[in-house]
Ligand binder design. Structure first.
Ligand SMILES: O=C([O-])CC(=O)C(=O)O
Ligand SMILES: [Mg+2]
Length: 589
């Protein structure tokens, strides 16, 4: 039997080899299901010549093509005589990368590598995750988005603008890969804490999806980054001659809703019920609405609301080992009442409610939010956006964060406002004055928007703070002691969470899956991590962590009857591992 490739060429049907590990992640070429030593040769049929093979990032191996492969695939003379291997290539590239002093140049070098040799890109990223994460992801990806127009070389992902209205299904069909499993989509209106970057927000879906593969093991060919361009309100971009997006003010209201609706319908029509759509860096008003509107009809996940909530809840559960008590014993104060703030607050309230059987309305009362107008209190209720209303508790109005800290006396202070340098010395000193071990999370990204630095947190609290931040900080020495700050970033959650949904064929996201992911992540914090004051495990072990998160998420999905891949695999951790993409080169003979 033969199956037809979309370009019309024929390849042998890979039969049950096209199903990885007995089930998880499909690959029509059978390539990812083959082990390192198995032979796979789709391109001898689908790729015209050796020259094209060298320019196909999915299959190119550069100098690592063996003598035999060079003969078999018309590569003689197209490469210099030396034959390398992946390890040596990796060593050379890491050496080269480290020569660049400017982090953005490292980012550009990594993007070039991804365009040239995809497996080598992922090999580097997986083997050097702690060093390279800040380059391909927060914080440098933020700078890359700001300068996207000028560093732009080859387009990545799909751009869907107002010009494509009425044609979105056709646009999706232009993408070369057909069996997509996860889409990360942004409209660029709130890129990290950097504001409206319009079409240049594309760096975010691209970066997030490279983590889906590197950290969560989802095949690169199953990942599709999308930017929806409805214009931008960023005057600087509108007057920039190099701006790559639509030069018009953002469409809003019905025009916006119609384009998004066409997109959501086209995606489901083209890829089916089980396609995962991750919303990323939408502005508050659209983020909440889109999630509420589509969560009952699509497999959608908002990383900024739900992913951030899950990672923070994991850190809080872990932190209880250091600060004592249960979550219900703590008092939480947020600076920032947007997607992250209210998302985290809601998940904490839900977890406490599940653990204590108290109603949500009660458990919410230990959680307070401060927005740009001060403490969210009941007297402000009428003028509050709807997503803030459940947090408007009885209290007299308080304008400043410092006064709110003094009035509420929180044990946990969480920054999610996207505004940097707001946890001042006075704020942190106040936290340290009534808490033996204040728990402070400065979550805004990138580093420039962080509420305080790690050094400030440790110094101003006299070394007593338990601290984590959204963007990474180096270890800090304070009075002879070295403190290692944790990184409370949703990158811990979404890759494993997504893998869990995909491998179980889940059709809807349920909040209980977020709780399961939090508990799975918290369970990965080791004794040694705690001894260093860490409430998150290091990223170096992330693929293993992702497999555990995926297993717990899938288990919850089966329990809730939302998983369509039957029968349920017995050992879900092993199953998750068997589904994960490996970047090791294949033999091409
Ligand atoms: O991208 C990150 O580092 C975390 C995130 O989702 C955001 O800040 O919007
Ligand atoms: Mg985000």
């Amino acid at each position: 039997m033969e199956s037809v490739l979309t370009n019309g060429d024929l390849v042998p049907d890979m039969g049950d080899k096209s199903v990885v590990g007995g089930g998880g992640v499909e690959d029509v070429y059978g390539e990812d299901s083959a082990t390192k030593d198995q032979l796979v040769t789709p391109w001898t049929i689908s790729v015209a010549s050796g020259y094209t093979l060298l320019r196909d990032p999915r299959h190119n191996k550069g100098l690592a093509f063996t003598e035999k492969e060079r003969d078999a695939h018309y590569l003689r003379g197209l490469l210099p005589p030396s034959v390398s291997n992946q390890e040596l290539q990796e060593k050379k590239l890491m050496h080269n990368l480290r020569q660049y002093d400017v982090p953005l140049h490292r980012y550009m070098a990594m993007m070039d590598l991804q365009e040239r040799n995809e497996r080598l890109f992922y090999k580097l990223l997986i083997d050097n995750v702690e060093e390279l994460l800040p380059i391909v992801y927060t914080p440098i990806v933020g700078e890359a988005c700001q300068k996207y127009g000028s560093i732009f070389r080859r387009p990545q992902g799909l751009f869907i603008s107002l010009k494509e209205k009425g044609k979105i299904l056709e646009v999706l069909k232009n993408w070369p890969e057909k069996s997509i499993q996860v889409i990360v989509v942004t409209d660029g209106e709130r890129i990290l804490g950097l504001g409206d970057l319009g079409c240049q927000g594309m760096g975010i879906p691209v970066g997030k999806l490279s983590l889906y593969t590197a950290l969560g093991g989802v095949r690169p060919s199953a990942c599709l980054p999308i930017t929806i361009d409805v214009g931008t309100n960023n005057e600087k971009l509108l007057s920039d001659e190099f701006y790559i997006g639509l030069k018009q003010k953002r469409a809003t209201g019905q025009e916006y809703a119609e384009l998004l609706h066409e997109f959501m319908c086209a995606v489901k029509q083209n890829y089916g019920e089980k396609i995962l759509i991750q919303f990323e860096d939408f502005a508050n008003h659209n983020a909440f609405e889109l999630l509420a509107k589509y969560r009952t009809t699509h497999l959608v996940f908002n990383d900024d609301i739900q992913g951030t909530a899950s990672v923070v809840l994991a850190g809080l559960i872990a932190a209880l080992k250091l600060v004592g008590g249960t979550l219900a014993d703590h008092t939480f104060l947020f600076l920032g009442a947007g997607e992250a703030g209210t998302g985290i607050a809601e998940l904490i309230a839900l977890e406490i409610s599940k653990k204590t059987n108290a109603p949500l309305e009660e458990t919410r009362k230990k959680i307070w939010l401060v927005d740009s107008k001060g403490l969210v209190v009941s007297s402000r209720k009428e003028s509050l956006q709807h997503f803030k209303r459940s947090w408007a508790h009885e209290h007299e109005p308080v304008k400043e964060l410092l006064d709110a800290v003094k009035a509420i006396k929180p044990t946990v202070l969480i920054g999610t406002s996207g505004v940097g340098k707001t946890f001042t010395k006075d704020v942190i000193k106040a936290m340290a004055s009534f808490n033996e071990k204040p728990l402070i999370l400065a979550l805004s990204n990138p580093t420039s928007q962080s509420e305080c630095t790690a050094e400030e947190a440790y110094t101003w609290s006299g070394g007593r703070v338990i601290f984590a931040s959204g963007s990474p900080f180096d270890p800090v020495e304070h009075e002879g002691k070295v403190f290692v700050p944790g990184q409370a970033n949703n990158a811990y959650i979404f890759p494993g969470f997504g893998l869990g949904l995909i491998m179980s064929g889940t059709i809807r996201v349920h909040d209980d899956m977020l709780l399961a992911a939090s508990e799975a992540l918290a369970a990965q914090v080791t004794k040694e991590n705690y001894e260093k004051g860490l409430i998150y495990p290091p990223f170096s072990n992330i693929r293993n962590i992702s497999a555990h998160i995926a297993a717990k998420v899938a288990a919850k999905s089966y329990e809730l009857g939302l998983a369509s891949r039957l029968p349920r695999p017995k050992d879900l951790v092993k199953f998750a591992e068997s589904c994960m993409y490996s970047p090791v080169y294949r033999n091409y003979l």
